[in-house]
Each structure stands twice: as structure tokens, then as C-alpha cells.
Design a protein. Sequence first.
Length: 122
Amino acid sequence: MSITSYIEQTCPPSPEREEVLTLVRLGLSFQKQQRIGKRPGFLKGYLQELLPKIEGPITFDRLLQELELEAARRDMYGEEESPIEKVDRVWETVVYHHPKTGRQLLSFKSIRNKLSWCKANQ
């Protein structure tokens, strides 16, 4: 028995019952979303693995240097070595290969936001 049918059977018809039913239905729709919640994406997980490799204080410039090294490693050893394809400092973009969606282009601002998230969740 669902909670809405339980309320319909146990409470007498009234405006308050309709209000309670509306709130319950609204709560049930939010409950469905709770299981889907946003999880750290592929790149955030990759950055969390990459950050311990950076020596000294973790700055955005050092992260870019490490990402450039990863792009060079990908060029030398193949796609399996690193998902980072290119770091373009002129256009301030990073191109990486997402396993499910393919090639992705991110701005430096997005990378900065991901770095801030990774630092906060280390």
C-alpha cells in the first residue's frame, strides 16, 4: 500500500487531506531525485588521482603543468595512458577524452572550479 492510498483511506475527505496529499506527492517526487544525485564526474575523479603527484603547494599553474605533462604522455604512449589530449593556454581550454561521451572541451574556469572542489574534498 502506498502512502497516498493510505492517507486517502484513513483520513476523511477535507481540504486538509488534499493539502497533505499534495505535499506527500511532492515529497515522493523529490525522493526519486535523491537516489540520482550528482556524483563527481570522470574528470574530477581523475584530478583527485592527479593532485597527489603535484609536489609542493597545489596551484592552478602547477595543475596546468601537470596536465600538459599528461597530454604529452598521451601523445607518446597512447590513449590508455592519459585522458588529457591538449592544454591550450592561448585559448584557455583543456581537451580531454571522456570514456562515455568522447572528446570534451573545458575552459580554464571550469578546471579552476573542479580544482577548488577537489581541494575541498581531499
